[in-house]
Design a protein around this ligand. Sequence first.
Ligand code: MG
Length: 379
Amino acid sequence: MRRAILLGASGSIGKQTIDILKGQDDIVLVAVSVYEHSDILDELLKDQNIKAVYMKDASGFYDRYPEINFFDGDDGILKMMEAVEYDLVINALVGYVGFKPTYKAISEGKDVALANKESLVVGGDIIKAMMQKTGAKLYPIDSEHSAIYQALKGSDHDEIKRLIITASGGAFRDKKRNELINVTKAEALAHPTWSMGAKITIDSATMMNKGFEVIEAHHLFDIDFDKIDVVIHKESIVHSLVEFSDASILAQLSEPDMRLPISYALFDKHQAFDGAKTLDLLRSPLTFLPLDDDRFPLVKIAKAVGKLGGNLAAYLNGANDTAVSLFLNDKISFLKIEEMILRVLKDAYYKKEVDINDIDQAYHHACDLVYSYINEDIR
Ligand code: MG
């Protein structure tokens, strides 16, 4: 039996993880983070194994759940990780806040089932170096990386020719660039195939999400950026593919249901779960289209950033987190997200050799830069 900490329990991946964990006893939850979603605590804490909870503000909850150890504040998640004994972290946090918990778990030799993209995007090199040292493993929850992970089972690294990551194209796949000028938040949030949280749905519409996934794939599977391609596949049935040295291609197909990659990451095998839906191969044709780098420049930019390495992906991430939150708060238009990101990359203080503090500095500098552009625009 493995003891797990679930970070981001109240989000879309977190809730589906709880769903998968019901009715099995290989993994028990011993701690969770719910940020400001206290409404799910009553239900969650029926699980007697959960002894610690992280919240944005835990005051007012100590009396209600006297047997629970509450944590809050900036380093609350890291403190909670120190206070409980665990074997696995399931990291479903959204944004940069997920990086340090991943790094901490890996540093302590604990495995991580990883849905948080930003961990590898900003800190891939230092996380990989730490994994070598401690022997900890990463299990990808993202559907694309899970597909590649599944396709690679039983193969050696030198058999791989390239990875092909599929992209639904997000909410604006069929719009031309000049049609994006006046798109609304509601339109951006209407993803055609996947039901996900707001931040990642916007990242899908800008394709920043796919750019991050390319960087993640590079780190997860040790593949050069030039050997990672992206194709548009609007049906979201083929979750990604691997081409081998003999030109054979293996793909993983399923209905778009995040519970499948979550389950695979948790148990590292195909394990039945309630409601797993068989794919109807006869339902619709599967289509593949090339990615237009002019229409969706952020994938190409992410690749270039990934190749340069160092602290630049932390800048990319800080710029994106801040710009997307400004868009979600109706402060900037959709295309401004991209504009802000490009501007931050131009203004970045690039550093090649980095540690965790350099990454932190770069991330926060990027956030400050975005706010400074907004203030200029207002003036
Ligand atoms: Mg994905």
